[in-house]
Design a protein around this ligand. Structure first.
Ligand code: NI
Length: 173
């Protein structure tokens, strides 16, 4: 396993529609392992393939934050939301591609998602709470959408300018 560099917004690769995965190859298994390691190392609760510059519909997540609870690493290939609740909930979201910037985003409180697992089998599961927010945030990444796209333009521009500055600083290091 290896930790892969995470792309920082703004980056054209974070704005692209990702391609579906066809068969679950050993390379995709390696990608998923690397993404989990990269996510835990960051640390974060979710990571989508375009964030590590792979333009494929793959995401990983683990929303277990309690150190007393066993981790639940999840790998989702070609995830699709098959149902969303009318009820909505608001979470303060962040993103590993937009470090240290947080904002409230309202989304459906519960979603049902269908995906292909690491073993190639189809799975369908309902998510609520933080898991529901996280899976929607990560699926958005596969469609080139970031959580700041839900914010008012002024706020989004302010965050983008901060990220441009951060990237310039990092480039000088
Ligand atoms: Ni994100």
């Amino acid at each position: 396993m290896s930790i892969r560099p995470i792309l920082i917004h703004p980056d054209p690769r974070l704005k692209k529609l990702c391609d579906p995965v066809s068969a679950i190859s050993p390379e995709l298994g390696k990608l998923a392992e690397d993404m989990l390691e990269t996510m835990y190392d960051a640390p974060g609760i979710g990571l989508a393939a375009p964030q590590v510059a792979v333009m494929k519909r793959v995401l990983v997540m683990d929303c277990i934050k309690d150190p007393e609870t066993a981790p639940r690493p999840m790998v989702l290939f070609n995830p699709v939301i098959t149902w969303s609740s009318e009820a909505r909930s608001t979470y303060e979201e962040g993103c590993l591609s937009i470090p240290e910037q947080y904002a409230d985003v309202e989304r459906p409180a519960e979603v049902r998602v269908r995906w292909t697992g690491l073993d190639g089998r189809e799975v369908e599961e309902e998510f609520n709470g933080l898991w529901a927010t996280c899976v929607q945030h990560e699926i958005d990444h596969l469609d080139g959408k970031l959580f700041i796209d839900y914010l008012k333009p002024l706020r989004r521009q302010m965050i983008t300018r901060r990220m441009e500055k951060l990237k310039r600083e990092r480039a000088r290091e």
